[in-house]
Design a protein around this ligand. Sequence first.
Ligand code: COA
Length: 174
Amino acid sequence: MDETLLNQLKQSLHEAIEHANSDWTIRQLPQDEKPPMDLLLLADPSEQNIAQYIFESEVYVAVENQNVIGVYVLKEVTPGKVELMNVAVAETHQGKGIGKALVLHAVGRAKLHGMRSIEIGTGNSSIQQLALYQKCGFRLKEIVPDYFNTNYAEPIFGKGIQCRDMVRLQLNLD
Ligand code: COA
């Protein structure tokens, strides 16, 4: 990982810790605890898709007063490479730094597991998400044209833009 990126990540982590207060924490969801489907559906409108990846992944939740207010799902997709399959924060708690803390926590977990890279895919209309991931050090990697047209039954819109293509981002952890 180059020094500029490392400094950027350190700064982001520092900000996330500053934002975070003792009212909420991040913990791994045990296999026997039900995943927060309402939150997962904020990031991925297909319950069928979620069901396919959730049980082969590690799930982490942000918890405040025993209420789950955020979630992320991390899956090893090929040896040495993990994908952040889903990240979501309850609408009532958005804009307070929780999403950034979850993404940076996922990066930390991937590094701890000795992964070489972490990837994420989002939609072309996901302006806020593209900002968030780049602020966490991810770089644009590739576009998968028509991914959302092909894989989702209903058209998806965000910020008045049709979500057609997947934008893939990657962070090298070497
Ligand atoms: N331009 C620049 N930066 C922007 C931005 C924009 N248009 N929109 C957001 N950001 C930045 C914020 O400023 C913040 O960075 P900062 O802390 O350096 O200022 C960062 O993005 C995100 O802030 P944060 O408060 O941590 O995000 P959040 O807790 O609201 O969580 C999501 C973000 C995306 C997880 C949340 O909005 C969500 O759950 N959305 C619905 C589900 C979803 O879309 N998941 C992702 C699927 S790919």
